[in-house]
Write a protein that binds this ligand. Sequence first.
Ligand code: G3P
Ligand code: MG
Length: 262
Amino acid sequence: MKFLELLNHIGLIAAHRGARCLAPENTLIALKKSVGRCDFIEIDVQFSRDGVAVVMHDDTLQRTTNVAKIDSFVSKKPYRVCDFTIDELRELDYGSWFYKDENHKEPLLTLCDALEFIKEKSLLLNIEIKDISAVFSDEEVVDTVVKEIKKSDASESILLSSFRHEYLKIIKEKVPNILTAALVEGKHSDSLLEYLRELKVNGYNLNNESVDKQTVEMLREAGFFVSVYTVNDSARAKELFSMGVNCIFSDSLNKNLKVDSL
Ligand code: G3P
Ligand code: MG
């Protein structure tokens, strides 16, 4: 199924950073564990110092790698992802922090690896592009991500989202057919529909605390799909779906989140 077709449905579950309840977030094993437990997978993408798109949430490596244990990297504190080359990032372990076992390692996941995996398994992937505008130009970010997607021949299986809406605008100029969603946290734009139409996005992804029925209805009627992050509670999931929310991003991937009839 193409992504847009899927997003017309209500009651969808996206695996937030992969199945991050079951495996280290944003790793290949987290993607593998999501299969069969969600409707699509969400990952976060940013760049290494030399401009390779890598899958990682935080802007530093402290929480989700063993970087602090490697003496030769001490000079790179506070361990910003964008200060490490791709070769240096490959030296790190992305698993032991999660398993609490130094011997249980996981490798770096690049965007290229993630795309290869979803293409091979015929899955759908939401790539959230982190705001890396302090270091990389918007054009460079979009060009790199789009190039990877085109190379993988998986455009119809991709949804691109970002809190940095400039990226979304450029994406639609360059590849109008690719799906995009504006990520927001907190207050909605005053003239929300007009704003989203200007961005030419397909969807609106908002935080759980900012959802209200009226806004969801207005967006759905105007043809935008609506997704909410991060929802791990089944009662709340049901409530959101009954408002017309299409999708929730969840860490728990609990079967109870699924709603059979609405
Ligand atoms: O894309 C939804 C969600 O992932 C946004 O928040 O901080 O978990 O990337 P964050
Ligand atoms: Mg994310």
